[in-house]
Ligand binder design. Structure first.
Ligand code: FAD
Ligand code: NAP
Length: 539
């Protein structure tokens, strides 16, 4: 079997699957390399109790094929992980994707061979190391796919099992009768803690930063609503794509300032959004992400809700976030704050006295030892750049991606890196990605990359790559947009602040609908900011 392809794609999550389908439909030979033994990416790995989407199911799905979206039935407002994984498998079967995916295989290295203008990719799978080559090298490795496992002293000494939410055992974990510690209070923790608490004999939650969460109000989908959406699915998708973040036309943003409303009007607006559930809360007013005073009104509302929900005032105070709301990614919960009223749940503040070490019996913080049968790391991911930098990628002149990004990721449009010809990142740093309904962003990138590849092939071009000027201007643009908001004012993973030593740069681009226009304009203008066939021009 030949090891030469038109395109090699790394990753078989929603991005890799869509990219494979597109390029194969255009007649390219494609090989996808996936570390897991199945498709689904995020939804393959994150099998922790309570894992579900927080963008509504009718939106968190592909739109590239109308028959697909008509035939698939979601059961809940926010689908749970097993259902989303079933959907990913359904897509793989329906479009016969598996035949072009090498599972249980990792990409360890990729080098651009300048003489032949091809990517040489080194993989490691069941058959051992292998080399493949292709004209196009596409990173669909995921923004949230490199688990962040803090390096606590004594980790290996702990006598019980440890679990990371992003690498959860397939057979599930039964915590019945167990003393469990959960480290972290981000979205994964907030989803899993209420369920673990119901099983465990005792649960201790270690919190470094209190987080805001708004209620999901999850439940079965109403068949009439589903029928209405399906009758006009294309319109529904188009309306959602026009929203900030590409989701939720049903709960569109009220553009007025929170400060223009009376206290009573604000309370009513927040209460209505809170009752509806989900991310619509942050759209109650138009300036909650840009004006600190306006933001404070929304934050105060949620803080009051926490105080009303949690019985013990000291625990309520500890659970009350101090940062601006939305600066760290907002969480969507089901019974999170209520869980701290259970007699078998404790909260421990590790903000001032960090976790010192793991011991054979548990862990130590603030000079106290806590004993556990199992510890759950809900400690998140080396987001946006982690899975890219873990591959030894070398472009022109043998320059590594690590060197190119030593001061933080530098891309053009979040799609292309200077000196790495014909390499594309799907929902890469510098694109809206994690600030959107990601399946919409993924499909937009897949469409743009597919069109670009088609253009090169039809015009007889070999390579395309970002130019220095365009990339520098793009990074300035991404930073400039972020600096006008409240997003840069806290220790979020958007900034890489969760990873010790990681360069602090705001990685995603705020502003989904305008981004699409920019990408379309660049393509229509003959790929402005890109050099096409640079080597030939130099020769
Ligand atoms: P992934 O799904 O992460 O897939 C990347 C794949 O690449 C993985 O399977 C990985 O194994 C593989 N891979 C990586 N490196 C290599 C390598 N070197 N060699 C071989 N294979 C490799 N987004 C939303 O919009 N809405 C939500 O509600 C939402 N909920 C989420 C819930 C959780 C728990 C998490 C962690 C993320 C959530 N996200 C959500 C973001 C989610 O990651 C995206 O929506 C989407 O699933 C990303 O798809 P992807 O294909 O880009 O990446
Ligand atoms: P996360 O948001 O980064 O949360 C990690 C948590 O671990 C934080 O509370 C963090 O504290 C804590 N932590 C990390 N290192 C620690 C240490 N050394 N000591 C103590 N605490 C430590 O990760 P996540 O919850 O996995 O979520 C990541 C992203 O995935 C989300 O923001 C979201 O985009 C997506 N996601 C979505 C859903 C959903 O609802 N659909 C569910 C899960 C994940 P600090 O805050 O102080 O850093």
């Amino acid at each position: 079997m030949s090891n030469s392809f038109d395109a090699i794609i790394v990753g078989a999550g929603f991005a890799g699957m869509a990219m494979l389908h597109r390029l194969r439909s255009d007649g390219l030979s494609v090989r996808v390399i996936e570390r897991a033994d199945g498709v689904g990416g995020t939804w393959y790995w994150n099998r922790y109790p309570g894992a579900r989407c927080d963008v509504e199911s009718m939106e968190y799905s592909y739109q590239f094929d109308d028959a697909l979206q008509q035939e698939w039935d979601w059961t809940e407002r926010y689908a749970a992980q097993p259902e989303i994984l079933r959907y990913a498998n359904h897509v793989a079967d329906r479009f016969a994707l598996r035949q072009d995916i090498a599972f249980e295989t990792s990409v360890n290295a990729a080098v651009f061979d300048e003489e032949h203008e091809r990517w040489v990719v080194t993989t490691d799978g069941a058959a051992g190391p292998e080399q493949l080559d292709a004209s196009f090298f596409i990173l669909a490795v995921g923004c949230l796919s490199s688990a962040n496992m803090p390096e606590f002293e004594g980790h290996e000494s702990f006598g019980g099992p440890t679990y990371h939410t992003g690498q959860w055992p397939h057979e599930g974990v039964d915590f019945t009768g167990k003393r469990v510690g959960v480290i972290g209070t981000g979205s994964s923790a907030i989803q899993s803690i209420p369920i673990i608490a119901e099983q465990a004999e005792h649960l201790t939650v270690f919190q470094r930063t209190a987080n805001y969460a708004v209620p999901a109000h999850n439940g079965p989908l109403d068949p009439d609503t589903v029928a209405d959406i399906k009758a006009n699915y294309a319109d529904f998708r188009a309306q959602n794509s026009l929203q900030n973040g590409a989701f939720g036309s049903r709960m569109a943003r009220n553009d007025a300032s929170a400060l223009a409303a009376s206290a009573e009007e604000r309370q009513d607006a927040y209460e209505a959004r809170w009752s509806d559930g989900g991310f619509g809360f942050m759209r109650a007013f138009g300036d909650l992400s840009i004006n600190a005073e306006s933001n404070a009104t929304a934050a105060a509302f949620v803080r009051r809700k926490i105080a009303e929900t949690v019985n013990d005032p000291a625990t309520a105070e500890l659970l009350t976030p101090k940062q601006t709301i939305g600066c760290k990614r907002l969480c969507v919960d089901t019974g999170y704050f209520e869980t701290f009223n259970r007699p078998n749940v404790d909260l421990v503040d590790v903000s001032r006295a960090p976790i010192e070490r793991l011991t054979p019996g548990g862990l130590v913080t603030g000079g106290n030892e806590y004993e556990f049968d199992a510890i759950v790391f809900a400690t998140g991911f080396d987001a946006m750049t982690g899975s890219i930098l873990r591959i030894d990628i070398r472009g022109r002149d043998g320059r590594s991606i690590g060197d190119a990004w030593a001061e933080g990721p530098v891309t053009y449009l979040g799609l292309s890196v200077v000196g790495f010809p014909n390499m594309f990142t799907i929902s890469g740093p510098g694109s809206p990605s994690v600030l959107t309904n990601m399946i919409v962003s993924i499909e937009q990138h897949v469409g743009w990359i597919g069109d670009c590849v088609e253009h090169l092939r039809s015009e007889g071009h070999q390579t395309i790559e970002a130019t220095d000027d365009a990339a520098d201007q793009w990074v300035d643009h991404v930073n400039g947009v972020a600096e006008k908001t409240l997003f840069t004012g806290c220790n979020s993973w958007y900034l890489g602040a969760n990873i010790p030593g990681k360069k602090r740069v705001f990685m995603p681009l705020l502003g989904y609908p305008p981004y699409v226009e920019i990408c379309d304009r660049v393509a229509a203008g003959g790929y402005e900011g890109f050099a096409i066939d640079r080597s030939r021009q130099l020769a």
